[in-house]
Design a protein around this ligand. Sequence first.
Ligand code: FRU
Length: 482
Amino acid sequence: MDAAQANDYIKNHQVDSSEKPVFHVTPPVGWMNDPNGFSVYGGKLHLFFQFYPYDTKWGPMHWGHVTSKDMVSWEQEPVALAPDEEYDRIGCFSGSAMEADGKHVLAYTGVRRGTDQNGNETDLQNQCLAVGDGIFYEKKGLIISGENLPEGFSRTDFRDPKIWKEGDVYYLAAGNCNEHGDGQVVLFSSADLKQWSYLGVLAGGDQTFYGTWECPDFFTLNDRDVLICSPQNLKAQKYEFHNGHNNVYFLGTYDKEQHRFYKNEPHSLDYGFDFYAAQTTELPDGRRVLIAWMQSWHTNLIPAGQKWHGMMTVPRELTIKEDRILQTPVRELERYRSNEVSYRGVEVTGSRSLPGINGRVMDMTVEITEGDFREFTIDVANNEEYTTTFTYHRDKKLLETDRTYSGLRSDMVCHRMMEVEAADKRLKLRFIMDRYSIELFVGDGEKVSTTVIYTPKEADRVLFACDGTAKLDVVKYDIAAK
Ligand code: FRU
């Protein structure tokens, strides 16, 4: 399976854009999971992704590639990596990218069959490098093998390198687990990207979460140190960590001498159903932007006959407020808005719709400004047959998502709850919808809930309902491709 073969296949099997979301990244055909190599190079934003072109199921991983100038319109580029070497035959797994000496450098995990420390035949994961010009990439082979890890650390779960540079030194952080199965992130350094030394455990290995911490990302945001990772098989705790494999973040303090990150308590990055393996990059203007796979391993929804599978979230700008990460859709999305329809001070008693407030590709903000009620519901992607319902339980300070009637044909998880604080009794809810997805940003992005719905496109109504009275401000824009 080489890149030329994949590019040929894509040319002949490319899915028509009318069957896809408008501004969310999807694979040209076949399967997509994690975002990879999210980076700025050559005046463009590059996004690679875990990709198997030949089926809508996971298979030997390639790196698909798209580029953008504004994170809303994306151009398809040739496949960057294919599993065509002895050391990555099982797959070119997740990783990151950066610019070094004018070149675009990709760090990824090469997976091959081999024998582990105990003599058992297994998949072995090693870190590899490829270098390119923003379109074509040449593999440089293995840079860090599992042999470089301390005794007992897993060589089967050693993946998803994040690389960055500080001063003259390159760093690489990878997901791993120790001899007890505790998840951790291991850290390496290099002067030249070729010779790497093991520095220690950056975070974890301490029973915080059992299971590999996939896809680590480590960066500074508003002068705080942040670690993002995706630990496998989490136990839900109240309203946190409900997705099985989950995407969390830790704020904390990085001790540069000890190479140890002292982390505070973890938080979910997203409270919906479909969010995993987030990565970030820094834009030239200083913004830190995050993108994630808009799916999770345990909610593998795909309508019969669909020839592509997997979407990315809308890229989200990150900031920190009061020890929490806030997320908002990148401001560039606003340039794609049209057909504004807005209402101020609309009263809702019982159930009602509002002329012009409907659609499936839209940016809609609903603000409950006052009222006397216990429950307020917003139904979207609605018609006589289908609906997805968001219910604000005001007394309990909870927001519930229910996608039971979104058109599902399997018994998939359909309910999620998240805690919401309504400041001065006002609650602001921004819905970013793009045919098959709903990303709900609460307040100023204090909480986000991401939901995939494969509801037929004609279900486009929005209904408001309340068990008392409420007053609303609503503004809605269509979002159109340029
Ligand atoms: C996370 C993950 C990564 C791995 C990739 C394989 O979703 O399991 O750890 O590199 O997917 O496709």
